[in-house]
Design a protein around this ligand. Structure first.
Ligand SMILES: C[S@@+](CC[C@H](N)C(=O)[O-])C[C@H]1O[C@@H](n2cnc3c(N)ncnc32)[C@H](O)[C@@H]1O
Length: 257
């Protein structure tokens, strides 16, 4: 497998470490693992549930495992379990949810959205990196959603841009738990008004690439701290709180790989 040229995309510009939280202007990114609850930790730190979620997660267990290998935290991935960890994060959106997914798992994803209390509203056939066909699903958990345009045939950053131009409102928090190289982040940072991007990404170099991309649009990049630091607004899910032994610190119980 040829190693992706991260340096060409700014992947070596910022020395991002797993567990770190960085900001660019009002936007916030964390390097962490949604399978370990880092998405919930990041949203607690951001201080607000997202208004909109737009994400392009891995498209299957093999793909998710390949991303883990690239990020230096290899292991097998049970994709049903992966989606069951992703969707509660996604369901925290107060209004619109947009999820990209490959052909093989689109039906599973739509079924799981329904099982977990959401509603898939519509889907468009789009492409990813100008070559891979996939589906973009619009969904909602709380009954509130905007009128999205026909996005058939759109690609990369054009897709979230079209979605946000239609449904985003000034001041919205827009969350992507699988930020990658930053298509969603880029689209948010270019919106008029004061929308805020919050993003999680497993791979430090991919996150550095997004920071570099945002710096080009929005200014100064700063290291804020670590997701695992004790934080007054940290709201661990109840099940996780019960599992923690009293002597455990945030560092040992919640640290990213
Ligand atoms: C399909 S790519 C996202 C592409 C993105 N739209 C972009 O603009 O580059 C999926 C991303 O999810 C990340 N990822 C995979 N497993 C993850 C996990 N458990 N937690 C957080 N991010 C994860 C991968 O590292 C990868 O960057």
């Amino acid at each position: 497998m040829t190693e992706f040229d991260y340096a060409r995309h700014g992947g070596n510009v910022f020395p991002v470490q797993p567990g770190e939280v960085w900001t660019v202007d009002r936007h916030m990114l964390a390097c962490g693992d949604l399978e370990l609850g880092d998405g919930q930790r990041l949203l607690a730190l951001a201080g607000s549930a997202p208004d909109i979620v737009y994400s392009d997660p891995p498209w299957g267990g093999g793909n998710a495992a390949a991303f883990r290998t690239k990020a230096g935290v290899p292991r097998k991935v049970d994709f049903d379990l992966f989606l069951r960890r992703l969707l509660p994060l996604v369901a925290s959106a107060k209004r619109d949810v947009f999820l990209e997914m490959g052909d093989e798992h689109t039906r599973d994803l739509v079924a799981l959205i329904g099982e977990l209390g959401g509603r898939a509203l519509q889907a468009w056939k789009i492409t990813y990196y100008r070559k891979n066909p996939c589906w973009l699903i619009q969904a909602s958990w709380h009954g509130q959603h905007g009128q999205a345009p026909d996005m058939t045939g759109m690609d990369d950053t054009a897709t979230p841009t079209a979605a946000f131009e239609a449904v985003a409102r000034p001041g919205d928090v827009i969350f992507d738990p699988c930020t990658g190289l930053g298509c969603t982040a880029d689209a948010v940072a270019r919106l008029p008004g004061d929308c805020r991007f919050v993003g999680l990404e497993l791979h430090p170099k991919r996150m550095s690439a997004t920071l570099t991309r945002l710096r080009g649009i929005r200014g100064e990049v700063k290291l804020l701290g670590r997701l695992a630091d004790p934080h007054p607004t940290l709201d661990l899910p109840a099940a996780q709180r019960r599992q923690r032994r009293p002597e455990q610190t945030e560092q040992t119980s919640t640290g990213s790989p």
